[in-house]
Design a binder for this molecule. Structure first.
Ligand SMILES: Cc1cc2nc3c(=O)[nH]c(=O)nc-3n(C[C@H](O)[C@H](O)[C@H](O)COP(=O)(O)OP(=O)(O)OC[C@H]3O[C@@H](n4cnc5c(N)ncnc54)[C@H](O)[C@@H]3O)c2cc1C
Length: 92
C-alpha cells in the first residue's frame, strides 16, 4: 500500500508510505490509484507500474491520462465491489 502526500500531511500514515517525487518510486505489476488526482509529483513515483487502474469521481482527473483502465465513479461505491470480486476470485 502506498499513499499520496495529503495522507502523510494529515498524519494518517508515515512518510515512508508516500509515493512520488518526495517519497518512494514503485513499479508494481498492478497499481490501483484510488482517489488520486494525478499531480505530476505523484505520477513520477508510480508511472512505471505495468498496469494502472484509476478510480476517481472526476472524469477529467489527470490520473486518467496515465491509467490503462479508468473507472469514473465514487470510490466508496467501486472499492467494495472490486474487493468482493477479488476475494471471490481468490477463493476459487
Ligand atoms: C515539492 C512538492 C513535492 C511533492 N511530492 C509529492 C509526493 O511525493 N507524492 C504525492 O503524492 N504528492 C506530492 N506533492 C503534492 C502533489 O502536488 C499533490 O498535491 C498531491 O499528489 C495530491 O494528492 P491526491 O491526488 O491524493 O489529492 P487531491 O489532489 O486532493 O485529489 C483527490 C482526488 O480524489 C478524487 N476524489 C475525492 N473523493 C472521491 C470519491 N469519493 N470517489 C472517487 N474519487 C474521489 C477527487 O476527484 C480528486 O481528483 C508534492 C508537492 C510539492 C509542491
Amino acid at each position: 500500500m502506498g499513499v499520496s502526500h495529503p495522507v502523510v500531511d494529515d498524519d494518517w500514515l508515515p512518510r515512508e508510505y508516500q509515493i512520488g517525487s518526495s517519497g518512494q518510486t514503485v513499479a508494481p505489476k498492478l497499481y490501483f490509484a484510488i482517489g488520486i488526482s494525478g499531480a505530476i509529483q505523484h505520477i513520477v513515483g508510480m508511472q512505471g507500474a505495468r498496469c494502472i487502474v484509476a478510480i476517481n469521481k472526476d472524469p477529467e482527473a489527470a490520473i486518467f491520462k496515465v491509467a490503462h483502465y479508468g473507472i469514473a465513479d465514487d470510490l466508496f461505491k467501486v472499492v467494495p465491489i472490486l474487493t468482493k470480486l477479488l476475494s471471490d476470485l481468490k477463493a476459487r
